[in-house]
Design a protein around this ligand. Structure first.
Ligand SMILES: C[S@@+](CC[C@H](N)C(=O)[O-])C[C@H]1O[C@@H](n2cnc3c(N)ncnc32)[C@H](O)[C@@H]1O
Ligand code: SF4
Length: 378
């Protein structure tokens, strides 16, 4: 029989025994550290619930993922809108960039530009320049926009598409009459024609497409399975229509969204009808309320805990760390709703692939994602 030297030498055997014991202790110790301090450092990690509250002062919230509503103006009049044109203010470009840099220095990895309608201000040039700045200068892993899609031109994709990872287009119905009822339209223009044009541009310019739908009294009994499967977005976010005092409910509001609201059961019925759609990500009122870090047009965090949007001071005046204390951000809910979603890593991979494709021509993995039908549209 052929014994290896390790087995045949008692000294080597002893050394291996000691190193095995050492290894067992090391694993046990690292497991203990994992469960007492959280899986890994940073806000994207899982942190045991109670621990999170206790440590809030020592470990202030890190703005890993931020939604910057830089404008409140919009060309649509969706009756349920919860971010309305209460001001027409937009920060000068350089100040907005300064704020974004501060956020990056505080740990921001994902930025989403929203509004109002982000493509309205300066005909999309403003958001284009911010997207370019975040990707090229700040090198953020994820740069996205959510838009109603009505103002986007192909020239925008030609100029800025390369800097954009994800474009979310809001579509609440595949029936134009329902879009008219909701107010998700400008005059008699077709919301759906725009949506399908954007689908094909996303495919051509290799921007990942998401669809956002607000489920409300006018669409909760619709079946959108066929159209969503046809569009094949990377993610379909399905929101339960949410009321925010001072925005779409209450005396000072610019909208009266009470008539759009649906019950939890009606929302669940909609979800059940679409259970075969694998990219569907539901967001109930409970999940939505405090699980987003929202910055308004003055770069103030908005705290929605009291059912309205209470602003902090601007990060441009007091810095991120001080302002974020008044953000009302519920990190546990952020994690629960998948704010650090597994899917996001696919998107990030997608973005990396897009970059390498830019460098290596049109045969990279992103092109494969699209050609294999993993991407977008007919
Ligand atoms: C405020 S909009 C701004 C961006 C753009 N104008 C749009 O409609 O996509 C951002 C997202 O919030 C959603 N939204 C607006 N009002 C809502 C409400 N009351 N409940 C849930 N989601 C809402 C919109 O459908 C959209 O997907
Ligand atoms: S939800 Fe409708 S009204 Fe509100 S900002 Fe978006 S498109 Fe405009």
């Amino acid at each position: 029989m052929d014994f290896s030297p390790a087995v045949s030498s008692p000294r080597l055997l002893l050394r291996r025994f000691i190193s095995t014991i050492y290894c067992i202790f090391e694993i046990a110790f690292s497991k203990l550290t994992y469960w007492t301090t959280g899986a890994c450092k940073g806000t994207n990690s899982f942190v045991a619930g109670d621990k999170l509250d206790q440590n809030k002062d020592q470990n202030p919230t890190i703005p890993t993922s931020v939604n910057y509503h830089f404008t409140r103006k919009c060309n649509y009049r969706c009756g349920f809108c919860f971010h309305t044109a209460k001001t027409s203010f937009v920060l000068p470009l350089e100040e907005a960039k300064t704020g974004l840099k501060l956020l990056k220095e505080s740990g921001m990895e994902k930025i989403n530009f929203s509004g109002g309608e982000p493509f309205l201000h300066n005909k999309g040039e403003f958001v284009g320049k911010l997207v370019q700045y975040c990707k090229q200068d700040l090198q953020l892993p994820s740069v996205s926009i959510v838009s109603n899609g009505s103002m986007i031109k192909e020239e925008w994709f030609q100029k800025y598409g390369i800097y954009l990872d994800i474009l979310a287009i809001s579509c609440d119905s595949f029936d134009e009459a329902t879009n008219q009822l909701i107010g998700r339209t400008q005059g008699r223009k077709s919301h759906l024609d725009n949506l399908f044009k954007i689908c094909s541009w996303c495919k051509e310019y290799k921007v990942a497409l998401k669809i956002n739908s607000v489920i409300n009294i006018f669409n909760y009994d619709e079946d959108m399975t066929q159209q969503i499967n046809l569009i094949n977005p990377v993610r379909w976010k399905v929101f339960q229509c949410l009321l925010i005092d001072g925005e779409n409910a209450g005396e000072t509001a610019l909208r009266e969204a009470e008539r759009f609201v649906i019950s939890d059961q009606q929302f669940q019925e909609f979800l059940d009808r679409h259970s075969s759609v694998s990219c569907l990500v539901p967001e109930s009122n409970e999940k939505m309320r405090n699980s987003y870090l929202i910055l308004d047009e003055y770069m103030r965090f908005l705290d929605c805990r009291e059912g309205r949007k209470d602003p902090s001071k601007s990060i441009l005046d007091v810095g991120v760390k001080e302002a974020i204390r008044f953000s009302g951000f519920d990190e546990k809910m952020f994690l629960k709703r998948g704010g650090n979603h597994k899917h996001e890593s696919i998107l990030l991979e997608f973005a990396d692939q897009k970059c390498s494709q830019e460098a290596h021509g049109d045969s990279g993995p992103a092109a494969e994602i699209y050609s294999s039908g993993g991407g977008i549209c007919p």
